[in-house]
Design a protein around this ligand. Structure first.
Ligand SMILES: NC(=O)c1ccc[n+]([C@@H]2O[C@H](COP(=O)([O-])OP(=O)(O)OC[C@H]3O[C@@H](n4cnc5c(N)ncnc54)[C@H](OP(=O)(O)O)[C@@H]3O)[C@@H](O)[C@H]2O)c1
Length: 279
């Protein structure tokens, strides 16, 4: 059994690769810069990457376009199981964005939406992990620079977010890839408690210099992003994502980690101490 891990250098993928190898599973770790070269933009390279693979951890492309073709090719090559990494609230994807310039409906997370649909229609076994915001966004992604600068400015008010530790996401993915009984299931995964972003940076600040949380209006936030040079599509997508979060749709802790692993998810404080306490 060989498992193909896409996004294998990313936050969830590299932890999943290590976990599966620790279990003695044969892993093909793929991405543009990874051990095995895989690029969503280079279809000619896909066939050799899926050759001899029984299961795929599917971290979708940003855009919808290549995802369905990849799933079809993988099934033809003999892949029997897919585990898709998706986002909590993706089922509200259509509600939040204005129409695109060509009149087609705006879609939040088009690659993930397409990946979910494609595996469901593929005839193979499939399961989906719909994750809340990752705790590691504060240390390995979009909020790393604000944490280092001591100022995080977002348009979120007092709405809580049950940040999920990506170690838990990787452990859930490892189970879904290697154990039976999960096909056709969608698991919402989150941490055990909701924290406002002000509370989250207060927790991190116990191990770093103080971090100020600044509340912005959506318009002020969009202007900050434009000022930092983000293109208008990104501004729209982030505005949509925070709109879904502000509405409180993602703020209740989900049960997916407990359902799959039989134990509660890791707390944000445990993540923060492990990550910032050792620096
Ligand atoms: N961050 C969150 O809070 C959150 C929450 C829920 C869901 N998600 C979803 O999680 C996914 C990201 O997963 P992650 O956080 O584990 O990864 P990540 O840390 O964002 O890293 C992205 C991975 O994708 C690879 N990649 C980027 N462009 C590629 C391309 N054109 N072709 C092939 N591989 C490419 C990168 O490796 P190379 O650079 O080597 O190609 C890297 O391994 C996204 O779909 C996101 O929407 C994120």
């Amino acid at each position: 059994m060989t498992i193909l891990v896409l996004g294998a250098t990313g936050k969830t993928g590299r932890r999943l690769v290590a976990r599966l190898r620790g279990m003695g599973v044969e892993v093909r770790a793929a991405s543009r810069s990874g051990e095995v070269r895989f690029d969503w933009a280079d279809r000619a390279g896909w066939a050799s990457v899926v050759q001899g693979v029984s299961a795929v951890y599917l971290v979708a492309a940003e855009e919808a376009e290549p995802v369905e073709a990849f799933v079809e090719l993988a099934v033809e090559a003999g892949v029997k199981r897919f585990v898709v990494l998706s986002g909590r609230g993706i089922d509200r994807a259509g509600e939040a964005l204005p129409a695109r310039a060509d009149g087609s409906p705006g879609v939040f997370g088009p690659g993930m939406v397409t990946a979910e649909r494609a595996v469901e229609a593929s005839g193979a076994e499939w399961s989906v992990i719909r994750a809340n915001n990752f705790a590691q966004n504060f240390s390995e992604d979009v909020w790393t620079a604000p944490v280092e600068a001591g100022r995080l400015a977002l348009p979120l008010g007092a709405v809580g977010e049950p940040f999920v530790d990506v170690e838990d996401v990787a452990e859930v993915a490892a189970v879904l890839l290697t154990e039976d009984g999960h096909s056709g299931r969608i698991y919402d995964v989150s941490g055990p408690e909701s924290l406002t972003f002000a509370e989250a940076v207060e927790v991190i600040g116990r191990w770093t210099k103080p971090i100020e949380y600044v509340e912005l209006t959506p318009e002020q936030y969009a202007d900050e992003l434009r000022g930092e040079g983000y293109p208008e599509e990104v501004v729209e997508v982030l505005d949509a994502m925070f709109g879904i979060m502000r509405a409180g749709h993602l703020s209740t802790p989900a049960q997916g980690v407990e359902q799959v692993l039989g134990r509660p998810p890791a707390s944000f404080t445990a993540y923060a101490e492990r990550t910032f306490g050792n620096r």
